[in-house]
Design a protein around this ligand. Sequence first.
Ligand code: TXA
Ligand code: MG
Length: 312
Amino acid sequence: MSINAMMLKEIKDAAIQIQEGELVGFPTETVYGLGADATSDGAVTKIFTTKGRPRFNPLIIHVTSIEEARQYGVFSKVALDIAHHFWPGPLTLILPRTTECPISWLATAGLSTIALRVPDHPIANELIKRANRPIAAPSANRSGKISPTRAEDVINEFRNKVETVLDGGNCQVGLESTVLDISGSKTVLLRPGYITQCDIENKIGPINKTIDNAKIIAPGMLESHYAPDCKVRLNVISSENGELFLGFGENSKNTTLNLSVTGNLNEAASNLFQMLRELDGRGASAIAIAPIPEHGLGIAINDRLKRAAAPR
Ligand code: TXA
Ligand code: MG
């Protein structure tokens, strides 16, 4: 995707909004973010209040290069290797905060660590460059709700509350970034995503899989999340009365929608949030969802589905 003159003008205006402490919705390769000046307590506070997000849940700081990231996070040799290999891309690294780090303490929820990511999207990167500062951005949904993969999702979510939403069309990946905690002696996968445990281990050797207390380390990993308004039932072969059926693969029969008729996990991931939104909007009692294979990107899809179905 290249940026035309009209989009460049919109990005420049949005960058001024960021500098003035306002919120801007913008696309990344994963999902849309709700961005603000990461160095401003006031701007960061707006993110928490607008999303209804608990203050203890820290934000990801978006930058455009490793050099920039090194001003905010302490990179070990392994962390540098990973960053060189996967950035720009859908991977967030949790690192110790540098002592001179100018990022708002509210953004990192007072923790001694910081979440950093270089997105792989021309609009996101141009916005960060033009704003000339790091951008704190959670997914642009109300806290606990489905993440947005289209500009209209963000507009519908925050009507009147967010003036500027940059439109980059559909997000390519469709699931939030993989979160890897590499701040301590053990490397831990806190949130599965497009970049899989296998991809990371191929680069740096064995890591710890999601640990039991990951919830405490990544306060955002609350049990119920990505939740539609209606109920969600998982691993369903055929739906019951009144349920809408979200299928996967050619064996799913009588589906309302199908995540991927050919059983392609990339396609399923990029369709997931949009299809959940659409089915939720039809006002049914429940959404029944076909089994998704637990390998590769299926692990991240099942992680989101478990949270969508969790007791509220
Ligand atoms: O793909 C993405 O990551 C998107 C786009 C916009 O970049 N952003 C996103 O942000 O998903 P959010 O806020 O929805 O998820 C950030 C996750 C949360 O689970 C949060 O708890 C965790 O990252 N996190 C942030 N800082 C952390 C830290 N210092 N230690 C552990 N977990 C952290
Ligand atoms: Mg989120």
